[in-house]
Design a protein around this ligand. Structure first.
Ligand code: NAD
Length: 431
């Protein structure tokens, strides 16, 4: 199939690379000319395990190319995917201006039948608006179909998720479009859910909100564990062995973040409000998530008393392991709160240092190149992202170089018995 993807970010680039890997011819378009130049020159703008090799291989085979011209992408392909941002507005609603703009751009240069597929996460009924917009702005009198194909990849595991999806959701009532979509996804051997556009759009918001709810649920249970002396990990294991519940997404932590969960949760609450339903359950999920970070910061201030003039080491800046993405990262939020209290930070992340440098204030933070050097002169060390390599931290050396041996583990990554045996004061979540 000849496929164009408009928006070459975390979703667009990985999708393009995976589609070309299974034999399709893919053009990735982006309005960021610098990004396109970097990709054309063999560079990669994001970190995602396995992506660099995948892109290089498919560029070399001639199946994957990059352009800043939407017109070129629309002209050369039969199926056009939209993977542009849908950021939150201040009131929790979704900013759909990127989608609307791209719909007009596609319409302006369409001269033959196209399948236009929305991969961005959008509120239910957006497909109808995209269809209206394309009809209104299409100069040539050509046929087209709009399809909703929400994406469920996890950053940090995006290549694997796209190559081996649990399911593919295709929202469309057109046989012609469904046939094209089936051809695109057939090589992936995944179950396909064919449904209508509105249901497909809703599936994405309902899925992400459910996962966020699971995280907030275990975080609330962690608070009860702390108050009662129970251990949240034992409880999560016991709950998770029930097939109806499952163990995944039951890890207590300082809360969820990233560019999707907080935004999609607010959006779903707002969408429900607009449709006349007060989704109080999801409002509580948001509230628990916010209070989880407050509770964690309180543990730090309760222990260290005054943060002004103290040095705190922070391990992890990305919003989760295996990514360089710091958008809405709880680790960054935590850093800003500690800085606001007057602390000086020594920070390290295996992949997200460059992106974190752009968002953390100059002067209050020292970026350290080696995780084992972070603790030098620190009054406390905080684990803020669950990078597996932090388990290999040289704790004996860390204890020697710290001013005071205290660890706050916001991801329950370290083994409490081991850390305490080495003489640290160790404070984690719900255990
Ligand atoms: P991103 O910011 O990484 O990438 C978006 C890209 O679109 C950017 O490179 C930007 O320059 C480009 N762009 C913006 N306007 C454009 C235009 N008019 N023409 C061409 N390019 C344009 O965003 P992302 O994380 O890839 O997310 C894209 C969508 O996918 C969002 O709706 C998001 O909610 C959804 N989504 C994201 C993830 C994730 O884990 N990141 C997972 C599933 C779904």
């Amino acid at each position: 199939m000849k496929i164009t993807i408009i928006g070459t970010g975390y979703v667009g680039l990985v999708t393009g690379a995976c589609f070309s890997e299974v034999g399709h011819n893919v053009i990735c378009v982006d309005c960021d000319a610098q990004k396109i130049e970097l990709l054309q020159g063999g560079g990669i703008p994001i970190y995602e395990p396995g992506l660099e090799e995948l892109v290089a291989r498919n560029v070399a085979s001639g199946r994957l190319s990059f352009t800043a011209s939407t017109a070129e992408g629309v002209e050369k392909s039969d199926v056009i995917f939209i993977a542009v941002p849908t950021p939150p507005l201040d009131d929790g609603a979704v900013d759909l201006s990127f989608i609307e703009f791209v719909a007009r751009e596609i319409a302006a240069c369409m001269t033959s039948y196209k399948v236009i597929v929305d991969k961005s996460t959008v509120p239910v009924k957006t497909g109808e608006k995209v269809e209206e917009t394309i009809k209104r702005y299409c100069k040539a009198d050509c046929e087209f179909d709009v399809v909703s194909n929400p994406e469920f990849l996890r950053e940090g595991f995006a290549v694997d998720d796209l190559m081996n999806p649990d399911r593919v959701v295709i929202g469309s009532t057109s046989d012609r479009a469904n046939e094209a979509m089936q051809k695109i996804y057939q090589p992936f051997n995944a179950p396909i859910v064919f449904t209508d556009i509105n249901s497909a759009e809703l599936i994405k918001h309902a899925a992400n909100s459910f996962l966020a709810m699971k995280i907030s649920y275990i975080n609330a249970v962690a608070a009860i564990c702390e108050a009662s002396g129970a251990n949240v990990e034992e409880v999560a294991n016991g709950i998770g062995m029930d097939d109806r519940i499952g163990r995944r997404f039951l890890n207590a932590s300082l809360g969820f973040g990233g560019s999707c969960f907080p935004k999609d949760l607010s959006a779903f609450i707002r969408i429900s409000d607009d449709l006349g339903y007060d989704f109080g359950l999801l409002k509580e999920v948001q509230k628990i998530n916010a209070s989880q970070m407050d509770r964690f910061v309180k543990k730090i201030t309760d222990t260290l008393w005054v943060l002004k003039g103290k040095t705190i080491g922070v391990l992890g800046l990305a919003f989760k392991q295996n990514t360089d993405d710091v958008r809405m990262s709880p680790a960054i939020d935590l850093c800003n709160r500690l800085i606001k209290e007057g602390a000086f930070l020594r920070v390290y992340d295996p992949k997200a240092m460059d992106k974190a440098k752009m968002v953390l204030p100059d002067g209050d933070v020292l970026f350290v190149d080696d995780m084992n050097e972070v603790s030098i002169g620190c009054d406390a060390l905080v684990v803020a992202t669950e990078w597996p390599e932090f388990k290999q931290l040289d704790l004996v050396k860390s204890k020697e170089v710290m001013t005071v041996p205290i660890i706050f583990d916001g991801r329950n990554l370290l083994d409490p018995a081991l850390v305490e045996k080495l003489g640290f004061t160790y404070i984690s979540i719900g255990r």
